[in-house]
Design a protein around this ligand. Structure first.
Ligand SMILES: Cc1cc2nc3c(=O)[nH]c(=O)nc-3n(C[C@H](O)[C@H](O)[C@H](O)COP(=O)(O)O)c2cc1C
Length: 334
């Protein structure tokens, strides 16, 4: 049994969280993760309306009696989604854990906390983590440069980012970005995290409600199978490598290129089509460098079980055998 500050505070059996994923974080996946002892998370904005989110929460609750959460991704947008209404749906639905991500979550954190909801804020830098801690969040999820989605603009990998954050944070912390197996979980714990958050790895599971072609593309890709897009726009995103993301990179490298140069390639509707129809060159799909460690499509329960068993074996057997009894003390050597 792996107990950490995170499992204790959030009432889950294993320190493994499924991060919010647009188009993927539906009841099938979130309930499977929670049933397997982790923390499954629905993605609010995958639902077209706050009412639809409430119905999805009810559907998820019919599929698990374990705790699950909802991700609320705050996008900077000219026409933002009705965030206050989505928040209300979460509260009305009786969900007790929210993962916030994106732009300045203060208003959401205050409102959710006032209704007894625990907040995990996902961010990509130590300074943003500390700022969220000051807002009163209950945990931080910190995404290293390896991650799928938005790694930020600092380009700091998990090997540095996780201990740098652990040195300064007081609340429990999840390491995110690049995790997919028991070795990663042990490494995260060794670096000072209290658990891991995974996205891409959960996409390649039986229960992920996406087309098989996407799962097979993840298996087919190695650790180089991603593109960083929107670098020039200071809104870097790591997506799976395909003809569309190659073309986005190419067009944005043209001098003076703006978002208009790629608008026709990056619409959310096209990304949704990839996930639904499996037309892998029909749009963008999110995926991280951890693709290089993904070689099968197990059930969520088999995956979580395997990660925990592997982590326990590494801690209890491989690492403990490295600890040899001292034959002489330093004092004696002097
Ligand atoms: C398909 C997909 C969609 C994602 N959508 C979101 C999202 O809507 N909001 C969000 O906060 N993070 C999103 N993420 C990021 C994940 O929650 C998580 O932080 C990230 O995948 C961790 O890196 P990993 O893929 O290496 O495990 C998405 C990731 C993937 C793979």
């Amino acid at each position: 049994m792996l107990r950490t500050r995170f499992t204790e505070a959030f009432g889950v059996d294993v320190p493994i969280v499924q991060g919010g994923m647009q188009g993927v974080g539906r009841a099938e996946l979130a309930s499977a993760v929670s049933n397997a002892g982790g923390l499954g998370i629905l993605t609010a904005l995958t639902q077209p309306t706050p009412d639809a989110l409430l119905r999805e929460i009810i559907r998820c609750r019919s599929m698990t009696d374990k705790p699950f959460g909802v991700n609320l991704t705050v996008l900077m947008s000219i026409k933002p989604p009705p965030y206050a209404e989505y928040r209300q749906a979460i509260i009305e639905g009786g969900v007790k854990i929210v993962e916030t991500a994106g732009y300045k979550p203060a208003e959401h954190v205050t409102h959710l906390k006032a209704h007894g909801v625990k907040v995990i804020h996902k961010c990509t830098s130590v300074r943003h983590a500390l700022s969220a801690e000051r807002m009163g969040v209950d945990a931080i999820s910190i995404d290293g440069f390896e991650c799928a989605g938005h790694p930020g603009e600092d380009d700091v990998g998990g090997l540095i980012l996780i201990p740098a954050a652990a040195d300064q944070l007081r609340v429990p912390m999840l390491a995110s970005g690049g995790f997919g197996d028991g070795r990663g979980l042990v490494a995260a714990l060794a670096l000072g995290a209290d658990g891991i958050n995974m996205g891409t790895r959960f996409c390649a599971t039986v229960e992920a409600p996406i087309h098989d072609n996407v799962k097979r593309a993840i298996l087919g890709n190695d650790e180089r199978g991603t593109n960083l897009i929107f670098r020039q726009l200071k809104n870097t995103a790591r997506v799976g490598k395909n003809a569309v993301s190659d073309e986005v990179v190419r067009r944005l490298q043209e001098p003076g290129a703006t978002f208009d140069a790629v608008r026709d390639l990056v619409a959310g509707t096209q990304g949704r089509r990839v996930l639904e129809t499996g037309d892998m060159d029909g749009g963008l799909f999110w995926a991280g460098q951890v693709q290089g460690l993904i070689h099968d499509i197990p059930t969520v329960a088999a995956l979580i079980d395997r990660i925990v068993v592997e982590a326990e074996a590494i801690i209890g057997r491989r690492l403990s055998t490295l600890l040899q009894p001292h034959t002489y003390s330093q004092q004696e050597a002097i």
